[in-house]
Design a protein around this ligand. Structure first.
Ligand code: PFF
Length: 420
C-alpha cells in the first residue's frame, strides 16, 4: 500500500506539480453526492422508467445531442402547462398537440438550443461554482416538488390500484428480454459506461470514502425512480388511464391527468419543472465528459472546452430534433428487423445502449486487468480503512462483470431490438 502510494506520488511528481494543482475538486462531499445523484437522476428515471477516454467522449457527444432535444420538450411543456394550453382539450387533441409540437422544426431546435445554453452556462462556472453550486440548489428543489407530487397522487381516489401495479411482481413478464432491457435501463439510469462517474469521481479528494459516496448516489437514484413511479401510477389508475411508457406517457397521458386533477395546472407545471431539473443536472454531467477530456488532454481552458463540447453536442442534436416528423428521411432513418428508427431513436440505441455496454466492458477489463483490481482496492481503502470485500470486488471486476457484459453484447448482436 505504502509502496503503491509512493509510486503514485513519483508518477505525479514526474508529470509536474502544476498538473496536480490544476485539477479542480469539489468543495464538499455533499457536493459530489448531489452532483452524482443529479447526473444519475434524469429523464431515464421517468422517461424510460421501466473505455475510459475516447469512447466516453464519443458516447457523451452522442447522448448529449438527443438528450438535450427531449429535455427541450420539457421546457416547452412547462410553459404549455403553466399557461393552461391544454385545459379543455380532449385526449385526442392532447395527443395531436404533442405530435405537432415535436414535428415543428423551429420549436424543436430552439428549445434544444436553450437547454444546451443553460447547460453550458452552468459548466462555465467549473466544478465548485458551476456543477456543485447548481446541484446543491436544484436537487433539493427537485426532491421537494417530487414529494408534493407523490402526496397528491397517493391521496387520489383509487390510488391503491396503481400501487398494486407498481409493486406486485408480474412473474410472467420476467423474460430474458425484459431482463436485458432492465440491465440497459440500469446502466443508463446510473450514468454508467461513458465515464461520467469516473470524471465526477476524479474531482473527489483522495481521502473521500468512495464506497459510501457511490452507495449514496445509487440509492438516491433508485429511491427517486421509485418515487417517480409513486407520483405517476396511482394518478394514472385513479383516472382510469392505461399505463404506457416513454414519451407517450409523459407528454400525452400525464397532461390529460393534470387537466382533470384539482390544482392540475400547478401540479402539472411542477412535474415538468421537475423533469427539466432532472434533465439539466444529468446533461451537465454528460457534456462535462468531453469538456474534461479537452481540458486534461489538450490543456484547453474550461471556457474553450465547454464551448466546443456544447456546440458539438448542439450540432449533433439538430438531426435528432428534426427526426420526429419535421424531416421525413430523418424520421424513418433505418429499419432494424422490421422496427422503424428515426434519427433520435437510433442515436438512443447506438449511444444510450450499445456504447454504454461496450464502454462498461472496456472499463471492467481496464480496471480488473490493466490498472489492476489490487490498485483499485488500494484507492478504495485510502478513504475507507475497513473495506472487507476487496477480494469479492476483485473477483467481480475481473471475471463476473466482463463475462456478463460480453454475453450481453453477443446477445445484442443477434437481437438488436432487445432494448427497444
Ligand atoms: N442517468 C441519466 C438519466 O437517467 O436520465 C442519463 C445519463 C447521464 C446517462 C449520464 C449516461 C450518463 F453518462
Amino acid at each position: 500500500m505504502k509502496r503503491m502510494n509512493q509510486r503514485l506520488t513519483t508518477k505525479l511528481k514526474k508529470r509536474g506539480p502544476k498538473m496536480v494543482e490544476q485539477r479542480e475538486t469539489w468543495a464538499s462531499r455533499m457536493g459530489f453526492i448531489l452532483a452524482g445523484a443529479g447526473s444519475a437522476i434524469g429523464l431515464g428515471n421517468i422517461w424510460r422508467f421501466p473505455t475510459v477516454g475516447m469512447l466516453g467522449v464519443l458516447t457523451g457527444w452522442g447522448i448529449s445531442s438527443f438528450y438535450s432535444v427531449v429535455a427541450g420538450w420539457t421546457l416547452g411543456y412547462i410553459f404549455r402547462t403553466a399557461s393552461g394550453f391544454f385545459s379543455g382539450m380532449k385526449p385526442e387533441q392532447i395527443s395531436g398537440a404533442f405530435e405537432t409540437f415535436v414535428a415543428n422544426p423551429t420549436s424543436a431546435i430552439g428549445l434544444h438550443l436553450i437547454f444546451m445554453g443553460i447547460t453550458m452556462a452552468i459548466l462555465f462556472g467549473g466544478v465548485k461554482r458551476g456543477i456543485e453550486k447548481w446541484s446543491k440548489i436544484l436537487m433539493p428543489m427537485m426532491l421537494t416538488i417530487l414529494v408534493l407530487l407523490v402526496v397528491r397522487s397517493l391521496t387520489l381516489p383509487g390510488a391503491g390500484e396503481g400501487l398494486a401495479f407498481l409493486f406486485q411482481p408480474d412473474w410472467g413478464a420476467l423474460t430474458g428480454r425484459s431482463v436485458i432491457a432492465a440491465v440497459g435501463q440500469a446502466f443508463f439510469s446510473l450514468s454508467l459506461g461513458m465515464g461520467t462517474m469516473i470524471v465526477y469521481g476524479s474531482y473527489l479528494s483522495k481521502k473521500e470514502n468512495l464506497v459510501t459516496s457511490a452507495s449514496w448516489v445509487a440509492s438516491l437514484d433508485t429511491v427517486i425512480a421509485m418515487m417517480a413511479g409513486l407520483a405517476i401510477f396511482p394518478a394514472l389508475f385513479s383516472f382510469g388511464l392505461e399505463p404506457t411508457m416513454g414519451a407517450g406517457l409523459i407528454f400525452v397521458v400525464l397532461p390529460n391527468i393534470f387537466n382533470e386533477m384539482f390544482l392540475g395546472t400547478l401540479f402539472g407545471t411542477g412535474f415538468f419543472l421537475l423533469l427539466g431539473i432532472a434533465a439539466v443536472t444529468s446533461l451537465i454531467s454528460i457534456v462535462e465528459v468531453p469538456a474534461a477530456f479537452f481540458i486534461d488532454e489538450f490543456k484547453w481552458t474550461r471556457k474553450k472546452a465547454v464551448t466546443v463540447a456544447g456546440i458539438g453536442a448542439f450540432a449533433a442534436g439538430i438531426p435528432a430534433a428534426l427526426s420526429l416528423g419535421a424531416v421525413d428521411w430523418l424520421s424513418n432513418l433505418v429499419s432494424i428487423e422490421g422496427r422503424n428508427y428515426g434519427f433520435l431513436d437510433f442515436m438512443n440505441l447506438l449511444f444510450g445502449q450499445y456504447s454504454l455496454m461496450i464502454g462498461s466492458l472496456g472499463v471492467a477489463i481496464f480496471a480488473g486487468w490493466k490498472w489492476g483490481a489490487k490498485r483499485i482496492v488500494g484507492e478504495i481503502t485510502s478513504g475507507f480503512e475497513s473495506f472487507k470485500y476487496g477480494n469479492v470486488y476483485a473477483f467481480f471486476i475481473r471475471f463476473v462483470a466482463p463475462a456478463a457484459l460480453g454475453t450481453l453484447l453477443v446477445y445484442l448482436l443477434f437481437n438488436p431490438n432487445a432494448f427497444a
